[in-house]
Design a protein around this ligand. Structure first.
Ligand code: PRX
Length: 659
């Protein structure tokens, strides 16, 4: 945990950005919310927080049994929303639209190799029912955990909705994670089934999903009884007849009707594992009704979604963004959403823009890391394509630097599309702080203001609100909101410790530092703990360090982030070997080997960019690694920290690569 001085120190490095971009008249005139209606929403949320959310829940969700109770705080920090109601998420995403929108396209899909598919709401509903019946036929029932380890194809969403239909709790594991990470997540969740594919297409290669699943199951995962395999690539894979079933065989004789399992509002819809600064990944547990409600309202407020929009969120379904804005949000509001399987640079860095053109995308939502990477390729690629259908742009995952924001605004948005910079987290379930595009001006790099009904604030170490403009502090949420996480699967104490202990149960601690400017706009400054944000992915240092230490030659490791123009943060590892330190601190063969090792253990995303060898790591007398010092060293800045408490001051030269 950072001290107050770290938080304060961060502020000084933040660029002051005063440009203001009001929405274009063309956008304002058609927007769902304008300044007046937004003010009204804010007012009604402020007047009565609970009634505000209760009336939205009644308007926006379809209930099998209406709720009579809104918020239950008796067991705080365990909050229950709408808890005596019953509903089904797949019914809300599909069945309720069929009368009017049955023939409307729900999913437009494009594979990396250029293959395309379109599925109507009626078709998705039918596929979901058949697959749900298939799941039931192999004994999967309400409350069972099902791991989904899939490429970005429509069946990934169908699998999620089928789980929701029967009350099974899904846990989607990002297809870029290794067998080892998959195994950890399966075991923590106690999952009974894995839904995967033979492989997926990404970066011109096949991602070996089935092979990784086999590897994960070979040494553990005792709870898994079934593996369902979608045929996507058609390449040869190993097949265990006793355990594995082809997706197409499972659904072949299933009927197209499947009665939704009506579940309580608080029934867990899914678990999603996310890295913490220490310890193993946390299985963030989300609810049914509250989660869905915030996905729905943010689709309307933030994305201004309309009937004829083509909505494209580029996130993988393995991340929360892919849950809320690929799967659940767009379908729950009856929108047409686009899914793309592959990498943004195949066959060239114009791919995203070509997809926007070919499918007439109107709303485009991606991560700053993608924007920076594509910006680096120059303006020629986007200029080759017709981007005139775009009307709204969005970003998520990390702070966007003003330079990238301006490029997005001018080159992609042609200065007519508002940009919604949405701040939120796996834990929050949906957008929390974000512009309402037709109702307020934006500033490059600021996520602007909390949404109606979201009570975000910046507080000091003691929990007092910071009212001085531009002074950094802890970002907290002061009132419960419907889509908040409910607990950490299997580790409720960690839930309380991580999010609620710092301010004694009063506020939800987001773990980010932030400041507000003179207009009250929020500027996120980064994590207050040590989690790395690499290409928009949140990686725990602990996982990477453990992977390094698992290598026979490594004794100890500490990993810190180093600012990286493209990836946001690069990974810098300090390593202590079991044997002697290499001559002059250089051993290229070993460095290569260790990078490949981490890639194998966790996934390519976690591969260290740089590795430096030292005889030992800088630690305080109590044995804690001095991470702030390591960060300073990694960035090559002058050391300003007090190093007199170091056990071995001589190693500083080694850590700096000078000896
Ligand atoms: O540090 C914030 C950063 O990403 C963290 C949440 O990461 P994750 O749970 O993986 O979810 C990412 C997608 C919602 C936050 O604590 N973050 C997310 N959005 C922004 C952001 N930082 C600055 N600006 C944002 N718009």
């Amino acid at each position: 945990m950072a001290t107050e001085s770290t938080v304060t120190k961060n502020i000084e490095s933040i660029l002051q950005e005063n440009r203001l971009f009001p929405p274009a008249d063309g956008f304002i005139n058609q927007a769902r919310l304008n300044k007046g209606s937004l003010d009204q929403l804010r007012q009604s949320a402020q007047q009565d927080h609970e009634s505000f959310w209760a009336s939205l829940a009644r308007e926006e969700l379809t209930w099998q049994k209406e709720f009579t109770q809104t918020l239950d705080s008796r067991n705080a920090p365990h909050f229950r929303w709408f808890y005596d109601g019953a509903l089904n998420v797949s019914y809300n995403c599909l069945d309720r639209h069929l009368g009017k929108l049955g023939n409307k396209t729900a999913i437009v899909f494009e594979g990396e190799q250029g293959d395309t598919r379109r599925l109507t709401y009626a078709e998705v509903q039918r596929e979901v029912c058949k697959f749900a019946n298939g799941l039931k036929s192999i004994g999967i029932k309400n409350g069972d955990r099902v791991v989904i380890y899939m490429p970005m194809v429509p069946e990934a969403v169908i699998a999620m909705l089928a789980c929701a239909r029967i009350g099974a709790i899904h846990s989607v594991v990002f297809g870029g994670f290794s067998a080892e990470s998959l195994k950890d997540r399966i075991e923590d969740a106690g999952a009974v089934c894995v839904i995967t594919a033979d492989g997926g297409h990404r970066g011109g290669k096949i991602v070996e999903l089935k092979a990784a699943t086999d590897k994960a199951l070979a040494h553990g995962c005792a709870t898994i009884k079934n593996v369902i395999v979608l045929r996507r690539t058609g390449h040869d894979i190993k097949f265990d007849r006793g355990r594995d079933t082809w997706w197409h065989d499972l659904v072949e004789n299933q009927g197209p009707d499947c009665q939704p399992e009506w579940v309580d509002s608080e029934h867990p819809l899914f678990l999603l594992y996310t890295s913490g600064s220490t310890g193993k990944p946390k299985g963030i547990q989300h609810s049914t009704a509250g989660y869905l409600l915030n996905s729905v309202v943010t689709m309307k407020w933030v994305f201004d979604i309309k009937d004829n929009d083509i909505f494209w969120c580029t996130a993988d379904v393995g991340w929360i963004t892919g849950h809320s804005y690929v799967a659940y949000g767009p379908l729950a509001v009856g929108a047409t959403m686009l899914m793309y399987e592959g990498a943004p640079v195949v066959p060239d860095p114009g791919r995203f823009w070509k997809i926007c053109q070919d499918h007439k995308v109107t709303i485009f939502y991606t991560a700053p890391t993608a924007i920076r990477a594509l910006m680096k390729q120059g303006d020629d690629y986007p200029r080759r394509y017709d981007l005139t259908k775009l009307r709204l742009l969005g970003t998520v995952g990390e702070p966007i630097n003003p330079e990238a924001w301006m490029w997005y605004h001018t080159v992609i948005g042609k200065e007519k599309c508002p940009i919604v910079d949405t701040w939120w987290q796996t834990e929050t379930g949906a957008h929390m702080i974000s512009p309402i595009p037709g109702a307020m001006p934006t500033k490059p790099g600021s996520c602007t203001l909390p949404l109606p009904g979201i009570d975000a604030a910046i507080v000091d170490e003691k929990g007092n609100e910071i009212t001085t403009p531009n002074q950094g502090g802890y970002l907290v949420i002061r009132k419960p909101w419907p889509s908040m996480l409910r607990t950490i699967w299997g580790d409720d104490q960690r839930y309380k410790d991580t999010y609620w202990s710092k301010f004694k149960g009063k506020y939800y601690l987001a773990g980010d530092s932030a400041r507000r400017d003179e207009d009250g706009y929020f500027w996120i400054m980064g994590r207050i703990d040590d989690v790395l944000n690499v290409s928009g992915h949140r990686l725990g240092t602990m996982e990477i360090e453990s992977a390094l230490v698992a290598h026979p030659k490594v004794a100890e490791a500490a990993v810190v982030g180093k600012p990286d123009e493209i990836k946001g943060e690069g990974i810098f590892a300090f390593v202590v070997l079991r044997g002697a330190r290499p001559e002059g601190g250089i051993d290229e063969t070993l460095t290569k080997e260790l990078r490949a090792w981490v890639s194998e253990q966790i996934g390519p995303i976690a591969r260290p960019d740089e590795i430096r060898y030292a005889d030992n790591l800088p630690k305080t007398r109590s044995g804690k690694i001095m991470r702030r010092l390591l960060r300073t060293i990694a960035t090559g800045e002058a050391i300003t920290q007090d190093t007199s408490t170091l056990e071995n001051e001589a190693i500083l030269q080694q850590l700096q690569g000078k000896a």
